[in-house]
Design a protein around this ligand. Structure first.
Ligand code: SF4
Ligand code: SF4
Length: 477
């Protein structure tokens, strides 16, 4: 038993070169057996994680206000905030680059609860609007905007609203739609697509032992909870690593293998490239960037005042009123009250930065795609554009890791790291993401058949990555 690449698998989708030899095969088989044994423990892990979820999100809401000097070592609220943004999010991002979506399959209580609800639910057919490929993009954008206007990183009530609300939605969706599946995880989870795209960078890989020809498409006729047509699986995106399809000693099912991080994206032409994913990388990185830029843009306050004045001149005084607490941060006890003006300014800035990001990265990818074709690639302009667009994933990943995992560096600061040193680490992470993106674009262009003049075709894409890195640098440093 071992991973036997079928003849029609490209060199890129074949198991990594680290795999080889009888010794490795037997160790590998024993790894699969161990993983399969783990399966019976997963429900208990999910219950444990659900309790952690409750402790981190619900308990802080009922704790007394933290003092200005409170730290995560002596204050329950600060500790919960640190566990959420300093442990949970960074671990999820780091793990996806190493093990793919193991977070989803092994730990996430939300997906597990959705699947449990599905088992006892109505099992209705999934509506077309849920299956629309743009739905997970909208889900990410809406939650990112809401997280920003309610202040989910600073206020436990907002964190409970965002995470608790999505938890309830996941259960309702699971109860209503799908038959023994995870409709929520495949189509609706706000971070499902984010994890899916970055899982393509991951080093752990599950591939069919016996591959059948044909495209990697959604199917109902599968044991996979995320609708993967197992013998035709080409992409890591939808695999939540639930381990259900791993059958050690059999010739069917999927086999676990290891590969260099980024290998799937380097050969993306063989791994079901999808324009919606490219679009998500462009838009997702932009909207998250906007969430940090509005705090540092020097002209933000001038624009805010000008807009407020204009509304007042029109007699629209409601613009200065606070909105509902479920929509924006209204915490007078913490000296933070957003008004409708703030709501429109913050969401407007984020949406504008998102549109600009999509425009800049699209133009950069399109220019590289055009040059690739000019320098000999036989791929269509659209396909080349989609594939080159994936090269922005690493820089976006590093930036999101620094941005969303805001508390990542808190313990290091407590251990004596200075702000300048923390900023150096952040800068190094952004630089690493940028270099990885440029390398990825280089390899994708190679895959597109561009040999002579590859540097030229690389330039626009590298300029796009540099623009993204520079904007994040400005936002988080
Ligand atoms: S897709 Fe979302 S809800 Fe589903 S397991 Fe992953 S993180 Fe959890
Ligand atoms: S491909 Fe296998 S491990 Fe991945 S989600 Fe489907 S059944 Fe689970």
């Amino acid at each position: 038993m071992h991973i036997i690449p079928a003849k029609d698998i490209s060199e890129a989708s074949a198991p990594s070169r680290f795999v080889g030899g009888a010794d490795f095969a037997s160790r590998h088989s024993s790894l699969e057996r161990r993983l399969v044994r783990l399966r019976s423990w997963l429900p208990w892990v999910h219950v444990g994680m659900f309790l952690v979820f409750l402790a981190v999100l619900v308990v802080p809401v009922y704790l007394p206000e933290s003092s200005e000097q409170a730290t995560f070592l002596d204050d329950g609220r600060e500790l919960a905030n640190y566990l959420l943004w300093g442990v949970w999010f960074p671990l999820m991002f780091f793990s996806v680059v190493i093990t793919g979506r193991s977070w989803c399959g092994f730990l996430c209580p939300m997906g597990a609860a959705s699947e449990l609800a599905n088992r006892h639910g109505l099992k209705r057919q999934t509506p077309a609007w849920i299956r629309w490929p743009g739905t997970p993009i909208l889900s990410f954008i809406i939650i990112t905007l809401l997280g920003q206007t309610t202040g989910a990183r600073d206020h436990p009530e907002a964190a409970l609203e965002i995470f608790g609300g999505t938890f309830v939605m996941a259960v309702i969706v699971g109860w209503l739609w799908g038959r023994n599946k995870r409709v929520w995880c495949r189509h609706l989870c706000p971070i499902g697509l984010l994890l899916g795209v970055f899982a393509r960078l991951g080093a752990v890989h599950l591939s069919p032992r016996k591959r059948k020809s044909g495209p990697d498409q959604l199917t109902d006729k599968t044991i996979c909870p995320t609708y993967i047509d197992l013998p035709r699986k080409q992409a890591a995106r939808h695999c939540i690593e639930c381990l259900r399809c791993i059958l050690p000693g059999h010739t069917a099912g999927l086999a676990v293998s290891f590969r260099r991080p980024g290998q799937e994206l380097e050969a993306i032409r063989h791994h079901a490239p999808d324009v919606w994913e490219t679009l998500f990388i462009f838009l997702g990185a932009g909207v998250a960037l906007g969430g940090f830029l509005w705090l540092v843009l020097p002209f933000y306050n001038d624009w805010r005042q000008a807009l407020g004045r204009w509304f007042i001149e029109q007699g629209q005084y409601w613009i200065g009123e606070p909105g509902p607490a479920w929509l924006m941060s209204v915490h007078p006890e913490r000296r933070e009250v957003f008004r409708w003006l703030d709501f429109f300014m913050i969401t407007g800035t984020m949406v504008t930065v998102m549109a600009l990001s999509a425009l800049v990265l699209s133009m950069a990818s399109l220019a590289s795609a055009g040059l690739a074709r000019w320098r000999g690639s036989g791929e269509s302009l659209f396909q080349a554009f989609v594939q080159i667009g994936y090269s922005q994933a690493p820089v976006a990943l590093m930036a999101l890791m620094i941005g969303l995992a805001t508390e990542l560096f808190t313990p290091f600061v407590r251990l004596g790291m200075t702000t300048a040193q923390v900023n150096d680490v952040k800068a190094a992470m952004i630089l690493f993401g940028l270099l990885w993106s440029v390398w990825l674009a280089w390899r994708i262009l190679q895959g597109l058949g561009v040999d002579r003049g590859r540097w030229l075709a690389l330039l626009p894409s590298a300029a796009g990555s540099s623009a993204m890195a520079a904007a994040w640098w400005l936002a988080v440093l």
